[in-house]
Design a protein around this ligand. Structure first.
Ligand code: NI
Length: 247
């Protein structure tokens, strides 16, 4: 079964979220980025058996959020399977690095305490991300949309971290990620779309949907020289293990 471990099925992006969900034969793990989208994604997960949710405050909202312990009010719901997406993003805004780090660390501590995996967003912040994870991580974790070097991937592998692989792998200019993928053991890879963003080829430029995760699986099969079915099987196993999904 295909599992899209990371997508944002927000109403503000899609005309008809229900049809997008019904279009996907496998499991979707939808992800919030702020208080409003967390609640919206939690509702969606309650509506559909094959939709699970990760809740978190994205670094982009670091300056708006004062109390991340608010997240824990939802943890008794069985559809909540992780914390994300959380992390560091210095690409557009470097001015609030300290706020971002604080928010990231606080959410990692909550994840450790509740034994929930985290889904990490990290952009232009590889060293700070690595150092924080080295110091605080005590639960399972996925680097979502990994964009750093092969050497850095080795460091994250040493920490037991998994890698979310998405549409970027299918892009013509993604030689760096293709090289990284060759080094990654299959038991550390999960599939993701990051819908509505990062639509895989041949649909690049259009709005992304969870069902496109099959295109990512096909590309991994090609690059790893194994069958599509093997990729689907092992990434399903990994995702079920990380997020403790048994159904
Ligand atoms: Ni995302």
């Amino acid at each position: 079964m295909l599992i899209d471990t990371h997508c944002h099925l927000f109403q503000e992006y899609y005309d008809d979220v229900d049809s997008i969900v019904k279009d996907m034969p496998g499991i979707m793990i939808v992800s919030g980025v702020d208080l409003k989208s967390n609640e919206e994604m939690l509702s969606l997960s309650k509506k559909y058996d094959n939709v699970y949710v990760t809740l978190g405050i994205h670094p982009e909202y670091a300056s708006e959020i004062t109390d991340v312990s608010l997240l824990t009010q939802y943890f008794d719901n069985e559809k909540v399977v992780g914390i994300g997406e959380i992390g560091l993003d210095y690409h557009y805004d470097k001015s609030n690095k300290e706020e971002q780090k604080k928010l990231f660390i606080e959410q990692i501590k909550i994840a450790n305490k509740f034994n929930l995996p985290i889904v990490i967003h990290s952009r232009d912040a590889s060293l700070d991300t690595l150092n924080i994870l080295k110091e605080y991580l005590n639960t399972k974790a996925i680097m979502h949309c990994y964009s750093y070097s092969k050497e850095m991937a080795g460091e994250f592998l040493k920490l037991g971290i998994y890698f979310g692989i998405g549409g970027v792998l299918t892009f013509k200019n993604s030689e760096k990620l293709k090289q990284v993928l060759k080094e990654l053991p299959l038991d550390r890879i999960v599939l993701e779309t990051d819908s509505p963003y990062l639509t895989p080829e041949p649909f690049r430029g259009k709005q992304n949907i969870p069902n496109n995760v099959s295109l990512v699986a096909k590309k991994i099969a090609e690059l790893k020289d194994i069958t599509y079915e093997e990729v689907v099987k092992i990434t399903e196993k990994n995702a079920r293990y990380i997020f403790n999904i048994k159904k």
